[in-house]
Design a protein around this ligand. Structure first.
Ligand code: URP
Ligand code: ZN
Ligand code: ZN
Length: 438
């Protein structure tokens, strides 16, 4: 009789391993929560046949809003439902947010958010949001960092926006604490002026949403925060890049050797601003900020992702129901902002970067890099994002031949709608392993 006691708990056999730098046939062995071997003819107490499938590191989504109160509403997917949907889509770690109340310490706010997040089914991290009332608390950042918040979120828009001076202080203290700053970059003064002008002229429909948040000024805000970060010697990661103007600022910063990274999201890669002209609530559903842009921007984002001008893809998953979106139909600026994408990101990026037909090895590796490996590095997951012995056993099997049509019913997200409704894809994840758990 074979002695099974020395064998790994699990072996994924006969798959094609794809990493950010290489593609090769191999078996992957897991014991407990870790990868223990990559090799050939490995045997385990449990085995999964991955013949014909890609075996990749679990994807990491560094920008999600789960069960997050925004204005009058709370985003529909809580930690349980959001991370379950993420797992079905091949994501094994997400990063959400902590906001500290005026009377709270960062440690207290972090503990409260961790309690809300306890329902997660995969690993998660939290960005520490620094709003105007947190500037007086910047000396708490080191403690928050030590307690597990490896990044700080800075807004240049909405009620939590910081002045340029406060941005400087926050960036400097984040750098001192060794925390990664992540920034929502838009020009809020211009936006509020344009919204007021459009509403006063009776221009109230979602059509006017992108026309109140100009791409050039998203680029301007991005350049401004990059310059401030460079002045104080801080790295900076630019959230949800929607347009060529912002890509250009990031590319210029990289050419200067600055530690600047940028992400975009499936909605900007897949949709264009024409969706805001759909009648009724259909035009309100895809309202998010920054807004969707014309096709030329969308195409520039794909090029930037391929070339390395952009580093990674997150979702900014922040869903609201159609009824909640409809509350802003008479005033586009009151539509709760955000769209669901948490489950379809890996497959949508695969479709855009790799596509159908004979796969280009460089494109396959780039797909893994922007969805898994670089997010792990930027968002501080030291033992994730790669398939290596000693790393967390976060592993995804992806079937490049599986046909999948995205509909609200084919997903596990709870908003009741998806911006990609009816989109046929070839290539979808079939198995997700989170720290050794299938
Ligand atoms: O409209 C959006 N993107 N809502 C989520 C919050 C944010 O700005 O990231
Ligand atoms: Zn944002
Ligand atoms: Zn966001």
């Amino acid at each position: 009789m074979t002695d099974l006691t020395d064998q790994p708990d699990l072996v994924i056999r006969h798959g094609t391993v794809i990493t950010a730098t290489a593609i090769f046939p191999a078996d992957v062995a897991v014991t407990g929560e870790q990868i223990v071997a990559i090799g050939h003819d490995l045997r385990g107490r449990r085995e999964i046949d991955a013949t014909g499938q890609y075996v990749i590191p679990g994807a990491i989504d560094g920008h999600v809003h789960l069960g997050m109160p925004i204005g009058r509403f709370t985003s529909t997917d809580d930690f349980f439902h959001g991370t379950r949907a993420a797992a079905f889509g091949g994501t094994t770690a997400v990063v959400d947010f902590v906001e500290t109340g005026p009377e709270e310490t960062m440690r207290e706010a972090l503990a409260a958010r961790q309690a809300v997040a306890a329902d997660t089914v995969i690993d998660y991290g939290l960005h520490m949001t620094i709003g105007p009332t947190d500037i007086a608390k910047l000396d708490q950042l080191a403690e928050a960092r030590a307690a597990g918040c490896g990044s700080v979120k800075l807004y240049m828009a909405y009620g939590l926006r910081l002045t340029d001076g406060d941005l400087l202080l926050a960036l400097q203290r984040a750098a001192d604490a060794g925390a990664q700053p992540v920034v929502h970059a838009e020009n809020w003064d211009v936006i509020t002026t344009l919204i007021a002008r459009n509403l006063a002229a009776g221009r109230t429909t979602p059509h006017w949403h992108p026309r109140s948040r100009p791409a050039e000024l998203e680029g301007e805000a991005t350049g401004r925060v990059i310059d401030i970060a460079a002045y104080v010697g801080a790295p900076v990661h630019i959230f949800h890049v929607s347009c060529a103007a912002t890509v250009e600022r990031i590319a210029t910063a990289k050419a200067r050797g600055l530690p600047v990274t940028g992400e975009t999201c499936p909605q900007y890669l897949t949709l264009t601003d024409e969706v805001y002209d759909r009648p009724g609530v259909a035009g309100a559903l895809p309202v998010c900020s920054p807004p969707l842009r014309p096709a030329a921007d969308r195409d520039a984002l794909w090029r930037a992702l391929s070339s390395g001008a952009l580093d990674l893809v997150t979702t900014d998953h922040c869903p609201f129901t159609a009824a909640e979106k409809a509350t802003g139909l008479g005033n586009f600026s009151q539509i709760p902002g955000g769209v669901p994408s948490i489950e379809s990101r890996l497959a949508l990026v695969y479709a855009g970067l790799v596509g159908d037909g004979a796969p280009d090895p460089a494109a396959l590796s780039r797909w893994v890099d922007v969805c898994c490996t670089t997010p792990a590095r930027v968002f501080g997951f030291g033992r994730k994002g790669q398939l290596l012995p000693g790393y967390d056993a976060d592993i995804v099997l992806f079937d490049p031949t599986r046909n999948f049509t995205i509909t609200p019913d084919s997903l596990h997200e709870t908003a009741g709608w998806t911006p990609y409704d009816g989109l046929p894809l070839r290539g979808w994840p079939t198995t997700t392993i989170s720290r050794g758990e299938v």
